[in-house]
Design a protein around this ligand. Structure first.
Ligand SMILES: NC(=O)c1ccc[n+]([C@@H]2O[C@H](COP(=O)([O-])OP(=O)(O)OC[C@H]3O[C@@H](n4cnc5c(N)ncnc54)[C@H](OP(=O)(O)O)[C@@H]3O)[C@@H](O)[C@H]2O)c1
Length: 254
């Protein structure tokens, strides 16, 4: 798509991967970008970078009211980047299915990482279909391909998000609206603060994703080790699960 004629909306734009997308889109000449965040005060510097092209939007993606208000304020979006997400509770037990004290945290993860972006698509995609053009980029995770045992509820939500992405793509076939799922690997952000591996920067990740979309890819494996992990799971799923089980038994990360 021609970015110089495009209007993007990025959720969770105030930091990490979302902020990287906004900066890279500006560098690539995007006409307008709606930078959405649940706390608009965190967007002041970003809007200040280029007030003519960056529009700050208050948007907690789990709020139906705020999603509707955002859709009213941004009726011209033709590039939707569903990026905002959470990994789950700071307490390891709450991110598991049996050890958790209840399912409240799992429900919040599912609400944020699956239902909210699904509802965002339901609001922002129909106008794109009416115009006969547009692009959705869903930031899923490589952790959607297997259950990361330390973040089991996150993997479950991201797997659902990945399936939703494929379903949406099939539903939109022939509409002129493209749908890409990004199975992101390691990117240096707040969320990956405990990841000991070498990570790529949010800007490098955004460039990789936008280049892949421009090349027509729909399943995108961007960020550190994404392709390597995909290949290992696909080559021998049970051997991969055995490694995850061993890591879980050894570390029991909290
Ligand atoms: N970093 C990685 O290695 C990695 C790997 C795979 C996938 N991902 C995915 O990449 C996406 C971005 O993560 P990140 O690494 O950039 O993490 P991050 O630095 O923690 O940023 C997460 C962003 O999502 C926002 N957010 C969370 N809940 C929200 C809500 N209810 N409404 C609106 N915004 C909300 C946060 O806003 P606040 O600032 O207000 O908290 C923040 O802007 C996530 O979907 C994550 O699952 C990341």
């Amino acid at each position: 798509m021609d970015l110089t004629a495009s209007h993007a909306l990025v959720t969770g734009a105030n930091q990490g991967i979302g902020l990287g997308f906004v900066e890279v889109l500006l560098g690539r000449g995007i006409a307008k970008v709606y930078a959405a965040a649940r706390n608009p005060a965190t967007l002041e510097d970003l809007v200040g970078l280029d007030p003519a092209r960056v529009v700050g939007l208050e948007l907690d993606i789990t709020s139906a009211e705020q999603r509707l208000a955002a859709a009213r304020r941004a009726p011209d979006v033709d590039l939707l980047i569903n990026n905002a997400g959470i990994a789950g509770s700071g307490r390891g037990e709450e991110r598991r299915f049996l050890a958790a004290s209840n399912m409240d945290d799992a429900r919040l993860v599912m609400e944020t990482d699956f239902w909210a972006p699904a509802e965002m698509c339901r609001l922002f995609v129909p106008p794109m279909v009416s115009r006969g053009r547009g692009q959705v980029i869903n930031i899923v995770s490589i952790g959607a391909l297997f259950c990361t045992p330390e973040y089991a509820t996150y993997s479950a939500a991201k797997a659902a998000f990945g399936m939703m992405t494929q379903g949406l793509r099939i539903e939109l076939n022939g509409s002129g609206v493209g749908v890409a799922g990004v199975f992101t690997g390691g990117v240096a952000t707040r969320m990956s603060a405990n990841n000991p591996n070498t990570l790529v920067s949010p800007e490098a990740h955004a460039n990789e994703v936008l280049d892949a979309v421009a090349a027509g890819e729909v399943d995108i494996f961007a960020g550190a080790r994404a392709g390597e992990l995909r290949d290992a799971v696909r080559a021998d799923p049970m051997a991969f699960e055995a490694q995850l089980t061993e890591r879980f038994n050894t570390n029991r990360l909290e």
